[in-house]
Design a protein around this ligand. Structure first.
Ligand SMILES: Cc1cc2nc3c(=O)[nH]c(=O)nc-3n(C[C@H](O)[C@H](O)[C@H](O)COP(=O)(O)OP(=O)(O)OC[C@H]3O[C@@H](n4cnc5c(N)ncnc54)[C@H](O)[C@@H]3O)c2cc1C
Length: 400
């Protein structure tokens, strides 16, 4: 089978890894001229951790860990309100045991697959013509080729999704915007994720990485498009205006924002698609089901989805049966990941002084030993609520 994958993020290269294992020929097109290595900490949890073990990459991921020791909520003076050390569970904890920078995971997956898959950077699909026996794809850069299957793993902002897969897409905004960038590490920084709440539904968070920098995120309750309103000036100006009076670490992180060359601003929204495939085209990863970073599940879903899609294609003679099985296995898992706890993200972004006091009281309670069972539920995304299908018997038969 010849498979074209569009998108070399996390889902695309993960899929290429498994497809090559089953003897499929893979071409990966990525619209960016080089591999995109931006992004901050992502978690590999539950079933995804097991998939990474089956890939033999758990030690490689551990070696690239950000080294985060846990999550600490701080007040304006930097004192701890409550703290939650990293757990040694596959699933629980705000800080997962396998925390890795998105760019380092993308690079690892790319390095693992570049020998066997045909990667084409600066390439984008222009048109897809679905036929009975194969699908013909033309590219923006010219030329056309035929494949047996096209997989769109283009992330939340996929443009081809609607036109090619022809499925009804619903976007659900979470009413939260997050700006990500990094600043220089200082002697006062430690290896904890520090989370600071400011009034007005704003947070500042600082996380260690393994590259000697501190990853900052500024989040605020709003549906405003920070990057597209010319009246508001540049995103940096608007973020500075919004956080100027936030207190706590605001002075430091806004000083660092002025020099940041890695600013990335995202309005959080979930993607729900009526169906994930149509004929010989199929959606994978955030393009199919973005759950947003607050779910703690985006990367885990991409890794698991790639494993299931490749395995089901290998397990079935007809691609349409494999695609149906992929959706049957993944749909309930994705639904649980998208079903965020009630009050998300508003409860963690209190606007008023009483709201902030109540949030901090809840954190203190949750941090106390007596509340260990509640704590486990609070920070345990449903990453392990999937019985992973076992495709190991196919690896030997298909690749021999
Ligand atoms: C630059 C960047 C930074 C991110 N930072 C974070 C973060 O800090 N925290 C977090 O939780 N999640 C982050 N994410 C999202 C996270 O990677 C995903 O939620 C998750 O890993 C699922 O990955 P994915 O492969 O489905 O999508 P993505 O990782 O978004 O990858 C999609 C890929 O498809 C490419 N692409 C898009 N359109 C086309 C097209 N038409 N043709 C060809 N290629 C195309 C994109 O350039 C990208 O390389 C980030 C994503 C990106 C792209």
């Amino acid at each position: 089978m010849r498979v074209l994958i569009s998108g070399a993020g996390i889902a695309g290269p993960s899929l290429a890894w498994w497809l090559q294992r089953y003897g499929f020929a893979c071409t990966v097109v990525e619209r960016s001229p080089t591999l995109r290595t931006e992004g901050q900490n992502v978690d590999i949890r539950g079933a995804a951790r097991e998939v990474v073990r089956r890939m033999g990459l758990d030690d490689e991921v551990a070696a690239r860990s950000t080294g985060e020791q846990g999550t600490r909520f701080i007040d304006g003076a930097g004192h701890s309100v409550a703290e939650f050390p990293v757990t040694h569970s596959d699933t629980e904890g705000a800080t997962a045991e396998r925390e890795i920078l998105r760019g380092q995971l993308a690079s690892l997956l790319y390095e693992q697959t570049r020998g066997a898959a045909d990667y084409r950077f600066g390439h984008r699909i222009a048109e897809v013509r679905d036929g009975e026996r194969e699908v013909t794809v033309s590219f923006d850069q010219g030329g056309s080729e035929s494949f047996d299957l096209v997989v769109l793993a283009e992330g939340v902002n996929s443009r081809s999704r609607d036109s090619i897969v022809n499925t009804a897409i619903t976007e659900r905004s979470l009413g939260l915007t997050i700006a990500y960038y990094s600043v220089e590490r200082s002697a006062a920084d430690d290896d904890w994720w520090r989370w600071y709440n400011a009034l007005g539904g704003r947070t500042i968070s600082l996380r260690p990485d393994n590259l000697g920098r501190i990853r900052v995120s500024l989040s605020f309750l709003s549906d405003a498009r920070v990057d597209s309103d010319p009246d508001l000036g540049s995103p940096k100006d608007e973020l500075t205006e919004r956080f100027r009076d936030a207190g706590g670490p605001a002075g430091r992180v806004l000083a660092g924002l002025a020099d940041a060359d890695d600013l990335y601003v995202e309005r959080l929204r979930q993607i729900r698609a009526d169906r994930w495939s149509n004929g010989r085209t199929v959606l994978l990863g955030d393009a199919a089901w973005c759950a947003t970073p607050v779910s703690g599940m985006g990367t885990s879903l991409a890794v698991v989805g790639a494993y299931v899609l490749a395995g089901e294609l290998a397990a079935h003679v007809h691609h349409q049966d494999g695609l149906a099985a992929y959706e049957r296995v993944m749909r309930p898992y994705v639904d649980q990941a998208q079903d965020l706890p009630p009050g998300t993200p508003r409860l963690a972004h209190p606007r008023s002084r009483p709201g902030l006091a109540a949030f901090r009281t809840a954190l203190r309670l949750a941090g106390s030993p007596a509340f260990a069972p509640v704590r486990r539920r609070m920070f345990a995304p449903p990453a392990d609520r999937l019985q992973l299908p076992d495709f190991r018997h196919l690896e030997t038969t298909r690749s021999s």
